[in-house]
Write a protein that binds this ligand. Structure first.
Ligand code: BTN
Length: 256
């Protein structure tokens, strides 16, 4: 295993940053590094991933030029893991706003879209014990400087294409880690959770849209009307209100 050990400056002081040239997946590497070094908070960054993983076991195309990292965070006492996922989406939206001055939309639970195309994806995995989450690994993939393959151009976009120039990956990494740590720390209080939900809802274009939710056991189409305090999406379909904790959303018709 070969990496450069650095330090990332954050509001909470310095945290370890493991920088890899190439790994299979930073998400998997974050777990391996925990078993070995046992730091409670750290970031694993790779310039390239050979087996980048997306939500629902999809492949996350990870060529050089993109930003791929996982933030490992231990001792997160929050009863609703879904909220950590929403908080991460909000944090990445803020980091992208700060570095590139762009305004992105959030698609529930945590896709970041620029003009309806995916710019950033987040895989938030919690290791829970009872109802309290103790560890969370937030894997973030941002399309930054690498060109989007032709077959994905209708659904994905990269930062370079939006702003017309390359972005410094380490700068974006550091800003992202800072925003993520801030938003995750906010989850520890009730007021913090409320503020996250309020801000999240303001930028979530899923709300008010007609959506199809792909679930393991089938799909539901209806109107996305709200997000619960636990972070679940409420969908009204044929007169029945469904609370969806996890699932994939397709925006069938955007709110008018
Ligand atoms: C999605 O939208 O499906 C989530 C994509 C998450 C990709 C990131 S890249 C860094 C980390 N390592 C992985 O293998 N996946 C996440």
């Amino acid at each position: 295993m070969s990496f450069i050990m650095k330090k990332l400056k954050t509001d909470r002081g310095y945290i370890p940053l493991y920088e890899f040239n190439c790994v299979e997946s930073t998400q998997r590497m974050a777990k391996v590094l925990y078993d070995r070094y046992k730091y409670d908070t750290y970031v694993v960054w790779a310039k390239e991933q050979l087996k980048g993983r997306g939500r629902r076991e999809r492949v996350w195309h990870s060529p050089r030029g993109g930003l791929y990292f996982s933030l490992f965070y231990e001792n997160l006492e929050v009863r609703f893991p879904q909220l950590a996922s929403l908080a991460s989406g909000l944090a990445m939206r803020e980091a992208l706003k700060e570095i590139a001055d762009i305004s992105c939309d959030l698609k529930w639970p945590n896709d970041i879209l620029y003009r309806d195309k995916k710019l950033c994806g987040i895989l938030s995995e919690a290791a829970s014990c009872g109802t309290d989450v103790h560890r969370v690994i937030i894997g973030v993939g941002v399309n930054v400087n690498a060109e989007i393959p032709h077959e994905l151009k209708d659904i994905a976009v990269c930062l370079k294409e939006i702003i017309g120039n390359e972005v410094d990956l380490e700068g974006l990494l550091s800003l992202s880690a800072e925003r993520l740590l801030f938003r995750i720390a906010q989850l520890e209080t009730k007021e913090g959770q409320e503020e996250i939900l309020d801000s999240y809802k303001r930028h979530c274009t899923t709300l008010g849209s007609t959506v199809t939710i792909i679930l393991d056991e089938g799909s539901i189409t209806g109107q996305a009307i709200d997000i619960t305090q636990e972070g679940a999406l409420q969908v009204l379909a044929s007169g029945t209100l469904h609370s969806i904790a996890t699932g994939d959303v397709i925006h069938v018709r955007k709110r008018g």
